[in-house]
Design a protein around this ligand. Structure first.
Ligand code: TPP
Ligand code: MG
Length: 294
């Protein structure tokens, strides 16, 4: 990684954290309505994986989509406006936090539904010979949806250019994985002959290094791949609901992806980037406040 790439990764990681912390604060003050799911603690996947994407690539994401969206599009204004239900939003305020659609990025809160959509999109890209890779992000809890397996089956059978990313954060809402998942998680995609790589790291560089070859293999026409990220959600499932043992969450803060990554930069440079991110968010917030009702 060049110094420039390292700074770019940190800029993205810390901006996603800042943006989502702002959302949780706004919800707690009753300033936002509807719901939201933050990826606090899982940002390394958003940044490390989207870094392998190029023009024309396609992303399907789920309810926990802000990090993926920001890392892929960098459209923070459109996202915040969308979550506020504003006309300036990426979907004119109709989609909200979970239903985004822009430039090859699609998200939807129906668990499993997006997996079939992603495989269909990959089929279309293959027929059109665009060379695009379609990536779909899903959680461990979503492995309880049968549609995931129908989708994996067809992706493998038709050798489609799709990357399945399973973000295993240990929970589906408040249900721990061990209470809902039988057998070994990785055995599931492998059962369809999908080469599957597992990683337990919140280091965005490590995620990027692991996933980049998968993109190359897919682009070379080798068919689907699966990446399983064993990670952890440091924030609540949604706006504040959390039934986990606080000691467990505290112990996992050591592996906070922002904290881990910050150490790769000189302290002064990390602080400068954080300050620039704060200024950027403040400008967006002010712009939206000024245009409200106009
Ligand atoms: C088909 C469907 N069933 C139930 C829900 C409600 N729901 C929203 S998030 C969630 C848990 C998902 O867990 P997981 O796939 O592990 O993702 P995580 O929230 O951990 O990122 C559930 C059950 C839903 N959105 N869609
Ligand atoms: Mg989960």
């Amino acid at each position: 990684m060049s110094q420039e790439q390292t700074e770019q990764f940190f800029r993205k990681l810390s901006f996603i954290r800042l943006f989502e912390s702002h959302l949780l604060e706004q919800f707690s003050w009753g300033k936002l309505s509807g719901t939201t799911h933050t990826c606090i603690g899982q940002e390394a996947n958003a940044v490390g994986i989207t870094a392998s994407m190029g023009r024309g690539d396609v992303v399907f994401s789920n309810h926990r989509c802000h990090g993926h969206y920001l890392a892929f599009t960098d459209d923070a204004f459109g996202l915040l406006a969308e979550i506020m239900g504003r006309e300036e939003g990426v979907c004119r305020g109709w989609g909200g936090s979970q239903h985004l659609c822009r430039d090859g990025f699609y998200s939807n809160g129906i668990q499993g539904g997006i997996v079939a959509n992603a495989v269909g999109a990959a089929l279309a890209e293959k027929h059109a010979e665009t060379g695009a890779v379609t990536t779909v992000f899903l959680g461990d809890g979503t492995l309880g949806e049968g549609l995931v397996y129908e989708s994996m089956n067809l992706a493998a059978l038709w050798s489609l250019p799709v990357l399945f990313v399973i973000e295993h954060n240990g929970y589906a809402q408040s249900t721990p994985t061990r209470l809902q998942l039988a057998g070994e998680l990785e055995a599931r995609p492998r059962a369809f002959g999908i080469p599957t790589l597992s990683l337990a790291s919140n280091d965005a560089d490590a995620v990027h290094a692991a996933v980049a070859p998968l993109f190359e293999q897919i682009r070379a026409g080798e068919g689907p791949r699966c990446f399983v990220s064993h990670t952890y959600r440091l924030g609540p499932h949604s706006k504040g609901d959390d039934h986990r043992d606080p000691a467990e969450i505290e112990a996992r803060r050591t592996f906070d992806p922002i904290r881990l990554y910050r150490t790769k930069l000189p302290e002064t440079r990390a602080t400068e980037i954080e300050q620039a991110n704060q200024n950027r968010l403040a400008e967006i917030v002010n712009r939206l406040a000024e245009s409200e009702g106009s």
